[in-house]
Design a protein around this ligand. Sequence first.
Ligand code: UD2
Ligand code: MN
Length: 298
Amino acid sequence: MQTERYIWALYVTVLGLSFLVFCSNLTLLTSEQEDNNICQKYPKNLVGTIYPNLTDTSYKDMEFRFTWVQTGGHHTPTRCKPRERVAILIPFRNRNNHLRILLNNLHPILYRQQLGYTIYILKQADEKPFNKGKLFNIGYLEAKKDNHTCFVFHDVDLIPENDNILYGCVRSPMHLSRAVNTLNYKLPDKRLLGGVTAWKTKEFEQVNGWSNLFVNWGGEDDDMSYRTIANKLSIFRFRISVARYQMLKHRRTPVNTARHRQLKDSYTRYKIDGLSSLVYQSPRTQRYRLFTMVSIDT
Ligand code: UD2
Ligand code: MN
């Protein structure tokens, strides 16, 4: 009986000691983070649900209000060290009012999330059919030159409805626009990668970026889904109640009628069609106050 009591007392002591060691590590970790003063992953000042401001606003007005934004649409937090250097890459042609509305909603969210970030507008400067994938690939390479580590590929017409949609590549790849109003806030297919996605360098280069071959509307996002499957990458998403976006109204882009044929060999073609096959003249870069404009001839 006496021995059992001793063994039981010993067991409780060892358990207690190991719990104390665990807690001290935890405190150590937090204090380590505090020592390095790394920005919080989930900043306390996030508000959650947002009612997007869909009124068209002037750049002058935004420049006056967004005091933290430096030339080039860039911001680095001063009171903590950002976890990632995030490049927001927006494909663009003839969507000026959408661009102003998106910037008016996005800059405050990125600021509250304590990100180091730069907003790049990837303007297709020629009159050829719109080539979103190629704009994204060129934008990625240009933003990488500015030492970014996380890349968010962002439709110009998608306005976030919640600032808990973290833009800092907490996982990679992430599909951020899981619930869009035009799709009744539902995800039609778990392989969908249209709208807004976030990638870290490793995974993005593993899939060789986007295809350069899809022009006009449709297919480039499906092709990207096949690339993630071919590389056994899981697609991470925030909860459907959080990852909500509003799409601004617009006319339909002319449809890419060749997309179904092109998608047939997506699994194998990805190795030779993307970042590795990109040929382009170096784009003109203009650093405005609220964004960096990269004018691209595709
Ligand atoms: C869906 C996808 C989009 C893309 C497209 C098929 C979602 C939420 N969105 O969008 O990611 O896969 O289908 O290609 O699933 N753009 C211009 N000027 C143009 C045409 C396009 O700037 O003349 C840009 C702009 O950033 C726009 C994006 O390309 O948001 C996608 O084009 P869209 O908005 O016309 O296509 P949509 O809404 O069907
Ligand atoms: Mn759209």
